[in-house]
Design a binder for this molecule. Structure first.
Ligand SMILES: Nc1ncnc2c1ncn2[C@@H]1O[C@H](COP(=O)(O)OP(=O)(O)OP(=O)(O)O)[C@@H](O)[C@H]1O
Ligand SMILES: Nc1nc2c(c(=O)[nH]1)N=C(CO)CN2
Length: 185
């Protein structure tokens, strides 16, 4: 007797053939050197131009006092992006670094003023701990410059391993973090 394949049984090979899961990712962008607004807008444009990355929302712009870094560091402009992506987390980090480079980012001492910083805050519900990458970002939970703009675009956001972003921001406080009347696209 020959067996006719059931049309209702999903073939796992077909599913894995080229189909990759879509992850919701949160990215934090910061600039405290040069034309800060142009740097952030350029970075958003570059991320929008990235294949397999769809920028879903951009937070309002915040002006924030620098955390760490040399004494002469000036204030940052910070935004948070919500995006959907089928890129692997490694490719996403590569792209983040390429975008930083394109905007003249120089890597000198840790925390030095920078034209552009792109941090991966979360990548779906994944936790990752490798030499190059820690996901969720290990300092996101204590950074009002990440939490405040994130909360604006995702009021019920939860930071994996730490809890609701609204509660984290309440703990950290919003001193030194000012929402500007400025929206980037
Ligand atoms: N979640 C992450 N997002 C971005 N970079 C990360 C992450 N986890 C680890 N890294 C690694 O951190 C390295 C240093 O990043 P970077 O120079 O932007 O640090 P920083 O912005 O000065 O400080 P911070 O890490 O506190 O934001 C990167 O080369 C990258 O490999
Ligand atoms: N206000 C502010 N401070 C920072 C920032 C930043 O984006 N904003 N980024 C840092 C390294 O990622 C270190 N300190």
């Amino acid at each position: 007797m020959t067996e006719t394949p059931s049309p209702y049984v999903i073939d796992a090979d077909t599913l894995s053939g080229g189909l990759k899961p879509i992850r919701q990712v949160i990215l934090s962008l910061g600039s405290n050197l040069g034309d800060r607004e142009a740097n952030l807008q350029g970075a958003i444009d570059a991320l929008r131009d990235t294949p397999d990355v769809v920028v879903v929302d951009v937070s309002p712009v915040y002006e924030t006092q620098p955390i760490g870094g040399p004494d002469e560091s000036g204030p940052y402009l910070n935004v948070v992006l919500l995006a959907d992506s089928t890129l692997s987390v490694e490719l996403l980090l590569d792209r983040a670094h390429a975008v930083e480079q394109a905007f003249g980012r120089e890597r000198s001492v840790k925390g030095a003023p920078r034209t552009l910083d792109v941090d991966l805050i979360t990548y779906g519900k994944k936790t990752i701990e490798s030499e190059e990458l820690t996901i969720p970002h290990p300092r996101a939970h204590e950074r009002a410059f990440v939490l405040a703009p994130w909360l604006d675009i995702e009021p019920d956001a939860v930071l994996l391993g730490h809890g609701p972003v609204a509660e984290l921001l309440e703990k950290v406080g919003t001193e030194g973090v000012t929402k500007l009347d400025l929206e980037l696209q």
